[in-house]
Design a protein around this ligand. Structure first.
Ligand code: C2E
Ligand code: SIN
Ligand code: SIN
Ligand code: FE
Ligand code: FE
Length: 395
């Protein structure tokens, strides 16, 4: 990562405003956080970073980047899906910044002055073998003066890749950028909320439970896509743009279930043939919701709704499409959905054990599933497991 050279303050501000403007194009909260961290790190030439978002009185570990660790092993990206939260109080660095709503510069987190109230939690370093040193931690404050989270930028580097402290200028500009980014985060959170409500209405189930299943399917789908796309030499820009629409679209795969009666949808036992035929229409009903097709997002959502039960060998529904006739979004969501359906409990079935699920997926490669998608899935299986742990079903 090469530090940008600026000729002066005005240029810096102009650049930051331009970056902010681009953030407003992100629809999806995950790709938005990815971009925000990336830009803040590029600006300060920092190796790593974390975004925490506030959930009631806690900070939830929400996004993570770390060049050193991900270059070693791409499955280290699983740390993105770490399921941890910290209380908002003065005991941790991020908690202190959220509490005070003021930015904080630390040159070496292992040499904290003993007068400060906070201490550094080294459990991540221990777990991952990483060496944290310089920190720049800024609050994420919205235009209504609410602190919605904290961004932490870690290990600034000089031209020789040596870790150096962040500067006062870094602090000033990153804070400015963080304020603008917060507005975009708030908007993306609202979009996500609206979509989750729509889904919970469609499935007429406990919104918490629905949320977990669709969050998992959405996250599996973008991670499998990213791996598949890299295997197919698709360029980074296309991957990023597609991921931005793909997660929300995949979360909506079953939204057509809104048209299926409760007696069928929630039936505890096996469906009769007639009931199953009705159930199958959730695919076409889902696609109807997006038939205006105004944006990329409508297009991909429609594709996934209609094609997520097609099979690679042409024996699926509703159109018995075969192989690459099925859009990639549908081929990936099909695997993500079946994996999650098998490994979880459903009203009509118990959870299967993991070994049995993975054997089924393997044996369906080239039949139900696209072999290339199956390959991508297995090569990022650590990330898949981390996603499951991040979004557990509520009892
Ligand atoms: P779902 O629960 O999300 O399941 C998605 C897909 O996972 C299923 O698509 C199927 O391909 C796979 N799957 C789920 N459970 C099993 C299983 O026990 N064995 C195998 N081999 N595959 C499984 P499918 O079959 O087209 O079903 C679509 C939707 O229809 C399901 O979504 C579920 O909502 C409903 N459904 C299917 N079968 C039954 C049933 O016997 N009883 C009830 N109440 N609903 C069912
Ligand atoms: C990254 O860690 O930089 C990539 C994360 C993502 O695109 O999901
Ligand atoms: C789903 O949420 O996709 C499955 C609904 C169910 O059968 O419990
Ligand atoms: Fe479905
Ligand atoms: Fe589903």
């Amino acid at each position: 990562m090469v530090k940008k050279k600026f000729s002066g303050d005005i240029d810096i501000i102009r650049e930051l405003l331009e970056i902010t403007e681009n953030l407003s194009h992100n629809k999806d909260i995950v790709s938005l956080l990815d971009n925000i961290l990336y830009e803040a790190r590029k600006f300060t030439n920092a190796d790593a970073g974390t975004i925490f978002l506030r959930e009631e009185n806690e900070l939830n570990f929400s996004y993570f980047q770390n060049d050193t660790l991900t270059q070693l092993d791409e499955n280290n990206k699983k740390f993105i899906y770490a399921n941890s939260s910290i209380p908002i109080n003065d005991e941790s660095i991020a908690g202190y910044v959220a509490n005070s709503s003021k930015p904080l510069l630390i040159n070496d987190v292992y040499k904290l002055n003993n007068k400060v109230p906070y201490s550094f939690n080294d459990s991540f370093d221990k777990q991952s073998n990483y060496s944290s040193k310089s920190f720049l931690t800024v609050p994420l404050i919205t235009s209504r003066d609410q602190t919605i989270g904290v961004m932490q930028i870690i290990n600034a580097k000089d031209e020789n890749d040596q870790i150096i402290p962040f500067t006062q200028d870094d602090l000033m500009y990153v804070s400015f950028f963080a304020n603008n980014a917060s507005v975009a985060i708030e908007r993306a959170q609202m979009t996500q909320q609206i979509i989750l409500r729509m889904i919970s209405m469609a499935e007429l189930r406990d919104p918490k439970e629905t949320g977990a299943h669709v969050n998992r399917v959405g996250s599996y789908t973008i991670e499998i896509y990213q791996k598949w796309a890299k295997n197919h030499n698709i360029d980074e820009k296309t991957i990023k743009a597609y991921k931005d629409v793909l997660r929300l679209a995949s979360m909506l795969h079953d939204v057509g279930k809104v048209a299926i009666s409760d007696t069928i949808l929630k039936k505890p036992g096996r469906l009769t043939d007639e009931e199953y035929d009705v159930m199958k229409t959730h695919t076409v009903h889902g696609a109807e919701l997006f038939k205006e097709r105004v944006s990329d997002w409508d297009k991909v959502s429609s594709e996934i709704a209609i094609h997520h039960h097609e099979k690679w060998d042409g024996t699926g529904y509703p159109y018995q499409l075969k192989g690459e006739e099925i859009p990639i979004s549908g081929r990936i969501t099909a695997l993500a959905d079946v994996y999650d359906a098998l490994i979880s409990r459903r009203v009509y079935k118990e959870a299967w054990d993991e070994k049995k699920v993975l054997e089924l997926i393997e044996s369906e490669s080239g039949k139900h599933f696209d072999p290339e998608v199956v390959k991508a899935f297995f090569s990022i299986y650590d990330i898949i497991k981390a996603i499951r742990e991040k979004f557990p079903d509520k009892e």
